[in-house]
Design a protein around this ligand. Structure first.
Ligand SMILES: Nc1ncnc2c1ncn2[C@@H]1O[C@H](COP(=O)(O)OP(=O)(O)OP(=O)(O)O)[C@@H](O)[C@H]1O
Ligand SMILES: [Mg+2]
Length: 254
């Protein structure tokens, strides 16, 4: 059974249709890359999955259960959406760390709030888990640093640890390296690659074609709010079937 099933997602901003009939599914442990030119709707799609935007049509299922259906208001109450958002983790292009908190506090904050509300883990357990995640990101010696004391690549790795701390079913990345210098890009791609090896279920919006081809089980090419082509990474990136995909890829090389 697919861990994520997205069916016929539509999104409009005013009169402009930004996403049209977006459907795909993702198996547990798979990585899906989404490629496409600026304005094609990649970020909007991730924001819909994380309920930062409300889709105007379609439905989303996680583990076989419909968690959002545009036709069914019962799936759309604020309280429900807050809970369902926890299925997804989101790593932003610009890190979006809380500047007033240390790296470790950034990682543990949401989980501490959740434990306060719903009980469960002790603060000590959460801190332990947070430190382990920072270690996994190669940042064990940066736990007490504030974001402004960290490089962009380090900040992004803290942001990845923060997303992982909530134990999402699906971890989403929106161009995680496009705000980074080339030498810092490598360290972030390395940790995402490692997550893929560990079979973390991921959706990665990226402009790094070689990376997308190497780490993904599946690639989607979007243009103008639709999925133009999707399938095996080798096929989509090396041997695209669609003219629009070919044009996009050749523009990038040129
Ligand atoms: N809040 C909004 N209100 C109105 N239009 C929006 C809004 N957010 C996005 N759009 C429009 O939706 C379209 C898709 O934008 P989106 O940010 O999803 O593209 P993208 O594929 O992520 O592009 P990029 O590669 O530049 O990040 C664009 O035409 C954009 O102008
Ligand atoms: Mg975007």
């Amino acid at each position: 059974m697919a861990i994520l099933e997205v069916k016929h997602i539509e999104k409009n901003f005013g009169d402009t249709q930004v996403l049209s009939d977006i459907s795909f599914s993702l198996e547990q442990g798979q990585a899906l890359s989404i490629i496409g030119s600026s304005g094609s709707g990649k970020t909007t799609l991730l924001r819909c999955l994380n309920f930062l935007e409300r889709p105007d049509g379609g439905n989303i299922s996680v583990n076989g259960k419909v968690i959002f259906d545009a036709q069914d208001p019962a799936t759309q109450s604020e309280a429900q959406i807050r809970k369902k958002r926890l299925h997804f983790g989101l790593v932003f292009q610009n890190f979006n760390l809380f500047p007033q908190y240390t790296a470790l506090q950034n990682v543990t904050l949401a989980r501490e709030l959740m434990a306060k509300e719903h009980g469960g883990e002790s603060k000590a357990q959460i801190l332990e888990a947070g430190k382990a995640l920072l270690k996994q990101m190669g940042l064990e010696d940066r736990a007490g640093h504030y974001p402004h004391q960290l490089s962009g690549g380090q900040q992004q790795r803290v942001a990845i640890a923060r997303a992982l701390a909530m134990r999402p079913d699906i971890l989403c990345f929106d161009e995680p390296t496009s705000a980074l210098d080339p030498e810092l890009t490598g360290e972030v791609l390395r940790v995402i690659r490692e997550l893929a090896v560990q079979k973390t279920t991921m959706i990665i919006v990226t402009h790094e074609m070689n990376f997308a081809r190497d780490v993904s089980d599946q690639v989607i090419f979007m243009d103008g709010g639709v999925i133009v082509e999707q399938g095996d990474p080798q096929q989509v990136i090396n041997h695209p079937r669609e003219e629009r995909t070919r044009q996009f890829l050749s523009r990038r090389e040129g």
